[in-house]
Write a new protein. Structure first.
Length: 227
């Protein structure tokens, strides 16, 4: 059974974070059933997903270009196809550790349990950026980058409010105070419209370049195998 290398797995984690803007707590607890690739949505169910304040909401993929979506699509196909994961299995499962010959711990595939804390996620980010020769960028910085991108591509107060809601924000100093809640169906329409490339759309500088570097490294790395 072919498993993703550590570098390949880091790309998958980072691509999903950039595509969805989920917090690291939610990232650690999402299950496959919460992600709808066809609709390009993530159902952040506060009963099962560790969202901030246990809030439940649906977020839509952000318009960050085709590469993150392709990476996530391939990753989920690997989980459901090659590894036989089902809807209730974790989207990003914890690593299975075994004792190596030197009595240290070594990675030996994936479990079917979620990460208990966000520590492993932060370590993945730290190691990945170090491998790419770039300064460390923590997971929350991806959300800040998406806010900056929204400031560039949103063309109306309503679009900006939908963008803010898509990050799970209810009341932000950076949103238009008192503009009101954008209905869910309208939020979906706006996010689908914004997903199409716009003339004013910018690349999130640095982050996609890091993914490109990591992707090239992963292509040169042999896949890990589980006996």
């Amino acid at each position: 059974m072919i498993l993703p290398s550590a570098c390949r797995f880091a790309i998958d984690v980072m691509a999903f974070t950039l595509l969805t803007g989920v917090r690291d707590g939610a990232l650690a607890s999402l299950q496959l059933k919460h992600v709808n690739l066809a609709a390009r949505t993530v159902f952040q169910d506060g009963r099962e997903v560790r969202t901030k304040g246990r809030k439940t909401f649906t977020s839509h993929f952000f318009p960050v270009g085709p590469k993150p979506l392709d990476i996530v699509s391939d990753y989920m196909a690997m989980l459901t196809g090659d590894l036989g994961f089902g809807p209730d299995d974790p989207l990003f499962p914890a690593t299975r550790l075994v004792h190596a010959e030197d009595r240290s711990f070594a990675a030996a595939g994936l479990t079917r349990t979620s990460w208990r804390t966000t520590g492993p996620i932060r370590q993945i980010f730290r190691d990945a950026f170090a491998a790419a020769g770039l300064p460390y960028v923590n997971p929350h910085a991806f959300r800040k980058t998406l806010v900056r991108l929204g400031e560039t591509v949103c063309r109306s107060p309503e679009e900006w409010k939908a963008w803010s809601q898509n990050l799970g924000h209810e009341s932000e100093m950076t949103t238009f105070v008192g503009y009101g809640q954008v209905p869910g169906h309208r939020q979906a329409e706006i996010m689908r419209t914004l997903y199409n490339p716009q003339p004013r759309q910018l690349r999130p500088e640095g982050l996609l370049d890091a993914l490109e570097t990591l992707l090239q490294n992963a292509k040169r790395a042999p896949p890990a195998r589980q006996e």
